[in-house]
Ligand binder design. Sequence first.
Ligand SMILES: Nc1nc2[nH]cc(C(=O)O)c2c(=O)[nH]1
Ligand code: SF4
Ligand SMILES: [Mg+2]
Length: 297
Amino acid sequence: MDAPRTGSEAGSSARSASSSEDRFPGHGADVAPVLEVFRSIQGEGRYLGQPQVFVRLRGCPLRCTYCDTPHSWVLRADQRPDLGGETLGDELFSSPFQVACAIADVEADGPPLPISLTGGEPLVWPGFLASLARLTGDRPLHLETAGAHPRTLAALLGLFRHVSLDLKLPGDLDAPVEIRAGDVAALGDAVPVDETAPSSAADWTATRRAALDLLAGRDACAKLVVTDRTSEREAFEALEDLCELAPDLPLFIQPATAVPRSGAPATDRITPLWEYALELGLETRVVPQVHRALAIR
Ligand SMILES: Nc1nc2[nH]cc(C(=O)O)c2c(=O)[nH]1
Ligand code: SF4
Ligand SMILES: [Mg+2]
């Protein structure tokens, strides 16, 4: 279990929360389209195996070919959140207070658990994250992110005890589709992030490097999902960026779980990657999604 946050860390959370409010003012700025709140075992990355509460937000501008949650991508007015157990919200958007109550519900009478914020891409809803952090107090917040919004990540970084950053490779992504206020009737007053996702290989390199720069020296990890078609050249470039900018982050090479559009990699696609990571001196693990192996959420 994580140690409680220190006073100064808690203080920096409060500061980040208010600076986020300044950037995302107005009614509705802190609601988010929650897909589900559930309790499970962390199945990826540095906290693998730890019991956590997961808060999955809808909305993602990326289109990873290996995505295992494509139902999280787009918003529709008729969607409703699964807030744990029998509880369904009655609107697409939930408030931070509703989600804090759902977290307590799924924990039942057990101890408070670290909260993993995932998606979709949770950074699409910065106002919600800042407000939820105020309601969860000293509870460790973990962020699962694609790292496509480094300016937003920088603004909110103080909220998170741990950040799990995907090293996205342009060859595994289709063109992004932004979520914009006004584009989707269902958005109402909700305010999505005002930072666009990278759309070219060069943009991705710069964006990935910016995110790694922010996470160096922090409680964070880097995940590299590998499919049957992942480009070795792109993967090597990402590993070189990690080595140069945040060499202290543990690297999790994650053989992709097969989905309709993309297959699991053969061993000979994985081996050169961990060999190169070791050559670069990175702390390296190869771990598939453990929650998939256990057939749990
Ligand atoms: N058990 C479990 N662990 C996870 N770690 C990261 C997840 C994600 O979807 O981001 C995830 C998830 O969906 N389930
Ligand atoms: S960033 Fe995550 S949710 Fe978005 S498309 Fe990629 S894998 Fe799916
Ligand atoms: Mg998942």
